[in-house]
Design a protein around this ligand. Sequence first.
Ligand code: ATP
Ligand code: MG
Length: 379
Amino acid sequence: MSTDQADDRTMVGIAGAGQLARMTCLAAWPLGISVAVLGSPAEPSAGVCHRLVEGDWHNAEDVAALGAASGVVTLENEFVDAPALVAVEDAGTPVRPRPGTVGVIQDKADQKERLAGAGIPVPRFAVASTEAEVEALGRDLGWPLMLKARRLGYDGRGNALAESMADVPDALERLDRGEGVLVEEHVPFSAELAAMVARSSREELVYPVVETVQKDHVCHEVTTPVALAPGLEDEARRIALASAQAAESIGVMGVEMFLLDDRVVVNELAPRPHNSGHYSIEACETSQFENHLRGVLDLPLGPADLRAGGAAMVNLLGSYSAPSHHRTEEAMAVPGAHVHLYDKAEVRPGRKMGHVTALGESAESALATARRAAGLVRL
Ligand code: ATP
Ligand code: MG
């Protein structure tokens, strides 16, 4: 880490310092791009950034300090208050993706409105504030219903599955923060898909479609390519691209989708690199982190083609609470496995501690390798 900027390179400021910022920093070094992160010295990217701006992305003054230290500001989460990002732009530092994009995405109801308004297929939805409104939606959309907090939901924590009206009072109590909740039909998906989209002001491209498997609402495994009925891969890519265009994204955007019998619908957008795109570090010509930087800086985008017949990623999630003592020798001995650790000092249940990626002739063979290695990592 250095604090001196001896040349006039643009400093990319990231409003956060977690594992996504860490992997973005690692992608920046070989390109000669400098990155400042906003966080504390204990966070995953503090040791690999060019500059640590000590502070907290929840705090508008700290976000302003990051803006003052940067030539352009970007994100690793969509929860940074949009008005704080507008203030960064007003003070002269561009924010990419734009504050307007972040503002629409950070409210799940506004996000769904934007997508639906652009003709993108999404589960049927509405906003409700009262039990009577949810009951009417239950008659209209059918039970069960998925209730979602409009803001600040992640890893399923802002969601409640309501089987019937009996579940609704508690769900409203927990999720409604004064602006109603998003109510969605519960879609009977056969798989969850995702695709990363990279955009600059001039170019755009879509990464391969992946299948994601969640465990306890947290992304667990990712594989690509996905065996889809003819035409559905193209359909998913088309929908992902249209979603990013509707949100006017810049840099990388993650598009989470549901696969139904013969069609694809969008679940949600993330205006930043995404867990389902980590495989791209080894598996694609240009990783999502590199293309995020390229898009944000308006540099040429790099191709996103797969470098192997198949690829898989398995997350390393904490299963207990303790200080972390990484033991990776056995996993590193698995040929074809790539181990990534995020340098978090404490293990906690469900906490994302790292991931393993493997390439193979097929998605299945890559997944077998990645699972074997992931099972050998001791956190
Ligand atoms: P994360 O941070 O994990 O991406 P989140 O907390 O923002 O997620 P969502 O992505 O909205 O929440 O939902 C989490 C999971 O709940 C989805 O991955 C999916 O498994 C399930 N889910 C969400 N919406 C629906 C729906 N309408 N029908 C069926 N399942 C759903
Ligand atoms: Mg999600």
